[in-house]
Design a protein around this ligand. Structure first.
Ligand code: NDP
Ligand code: 8X3
Length: 252
């Protein structure tokens, strides 16, 4: 019997790679994102027998509910939810940041994630399913310019842990996956389409790939039912920690 997984943010990066990973392993996949053309490319590649796609903006709660209501019968019993859709916008300090960008990150990374989780919780409980939330190292480790992005990911991590507490005894597993640097469209989006900035960031850094994270999601989703990884922080070997910054008075 095929299991069914719903993956948000499936038009690029981790989500698109996860769609490939689960389909190739025989799962049924529901793939969502805004860019219908990218979802069509997934269908062109895999066919529609075990893949259902739904194009909508995840910040639009009515569109989300309509997409859930329109899921065709063979896909309706969802065993796994991957809350992956998300983004960072901007790298400037808080005092120079654009409030609309802050709101977009909160609406996408936080509000949409909890809305979808809330909608699917009853059937995930019924099916003793798994919830995998894509958080980030930015939720644990602050850095200049991380401001609201880091705040949203701290929420995702803590929400995941609190879900674990509430779902105690239901058999539902919840994992917060917290990646470091991975080369996807993430930096292109963050910089407003600056391909050179994206290339410069990843050049020579041997970052993680979308496939690395897709494999990690697959590993978590297919653990034996008695095991739960609460948090999984993962970085490329090339990335580690730096010291605190110290501001000194001039002339000191
Ligand atoms: P990408 O930019 O490659 O993919 C982001 C995905 O999110 C796209 O499919 C995009 O689809 C979707 N998305 C964004 N906004 C919306 C929206 N309003 N409605 C629906 N879908 C949306 O980035 P990644 O694959 O790297 O990012 C995936 C997740 O991983 C994000 O939550 C990110 O914060 C997190 N992450 C990324 C890291 C990295 O270094 N790459 C590290 C740690 C965490 P579309 O544009 O078609 O709507
Ligand atoms: C993405 C990782 O370090 O660029 O969440 O914020 S980082």
């Amino acid at each position: 019997m095929h299991k069914t997984i719903l993956i948000t943010g499936a038009t690029a990066g981790f989500g698109a790679a996860a769609v490939d990973r689960f389909l190739n392993a025989g799962w049924r996949v529901i793939a969502t994102g805004r860019r219908a053309s990218r979802l069509q490319e997934l269908e062109d590649r895999h066919g529609a027998e075990r893949l259902h796609t739904a194009a909508f903006d995840i910040r639009d709660a009515d569109a989300m509910q309509a997409a859930l209501d329109a899921i065709p019968e063979p896909f309706r019993r969802i065993d796994a939810l991957v809350n992956n859709a998300g983004l960072a916008l901007g790298t400037v300090p808080a005092q120079q940041a654009d409030l609309l960008q802050w709101r977009q990150m909160i609406d996408t990374n936080v509000t949409a994630l909890v809305t979808l989780t809330h909608a699917l919780l009853p059937q995930l409980i019924e099916r003793r399913g798994v919830i995998i939330n894509i958080s980030s190292i930015a939720g644990s480790w602050p850095y200049p310019g991380g401001n609201v992005y880091g705040g949203t990911k701290a929420f995702v991590t803590q929400f995941s842990l609190n879900l674990r507490a509430d779902l105690h005894g239901t058999g539902v597993r919840v994992t917060s996956i917290e990646p470091g640097m991975a080369e996807t469209e993430f930096t292109l989006v963050r910089t407003g389409g600056d391909q050179a900035a994206s290339d410069t960031l990843y050049q020579g850094a041997n970052p993680m790939t979308a496939g690395d994270i897709a494999d990690t999601i697959f590993h978590v989703a297919t653990l034996p039912p008695h095991l739960n990884i609460n948090r999984l922080e993962i970085m490329p070997v090339s990335q580690s920690f730096a010291g605190f910054q110290v501001h000194r008075a001039s002339g000191a």
